[in-house]
Write a protein that binds this ligand. Sequence first.
Ligand SMILES: Nc1ncnc2c1ncn2[C@@H]1O[C@H](COP(=O)(O)OP(=O)(O)OP(=O)(O)O)[C@@H](O)[C@H]1O
Ligand SMILES: [Mg+2]
Length: 215
Amino acid sequence: MIVTIASQKGGVGKSTVAMNLALGVAGLKKKYTVALLDADQQKSCYETLQNHRKTNLSIHEAAEKPHRIIEQLDQQIIFIDTPPHSHEIIYQAAAVSDIVLIPLQPSPLDIRGVAKTVKALTIIQEKMNPELQCRFLINRITPRTILANEIRSALQKYYPFPILKCMLHNREAYKQSLITGTSVMEYNRSSLAAQEMEQLLIEIAKMLKLKRMKK
Ligand SMILES: Nc1ncnc2c1ncn2[C@@H]1O[C@H](COP(=O)(O)OP(=O)(O)OP(=O)(O)O)[C@@H](O)[C@H]1O
Ligand SMILES: [Mg+2]
């Protein structure tokens, strides 16, 4: 099972989401083996999680040809964090993925900024990977604003991909937790960030049919 986090727009939360999902799935009671591929030369995930303590999670540098590195892995669930501004890596990763998550922030600029990524993914679905499921993930909402609803309507109007029910808010916990290389769930189990990340995990786990998954 392969989940890629992609957007050609920079700074939308790809690495933050990739790290929290990889740590989150590795932290589930059923000990899935998990790999996180960092396909970005910035190495955000690789360097941030250097000292993580999960024995069932491995982090790999994969700035070139991530699809080839995947061929050598036997982990049950693989997450791929992709760089901004790269068509090629998105094509390579999405072509072998089950799900692509497209984080974006609730701003008209981000809605326009995601157009190229959507086009690339649509081509991959048509030509290479018809089973690929693509989902928008709204990130960094300011709590108590209604902008998120407007963003949802605009995304539905202009683009063919569904939007995940779960939305992530702009919260310090996403930054603080990664200072210690932990997910928001481990950092503070009862925080609002932990609760929404758990909802996201449940939504992704359902898409991946994790409960029924056997290796
Ligand atoms: N929900 C959130 N709440 C608060 N801060 C966030 C949230 N999501 C991301 N950030 C912060 O936004 C910045 C960009 O996030 P991140 O590096 O994950 O984005 P990215 O899409 O991977 O960027 P790039 O395109 O450069 O790889 C980081 O400082 C991160 O801590
Ligand atoms: Mg990144």
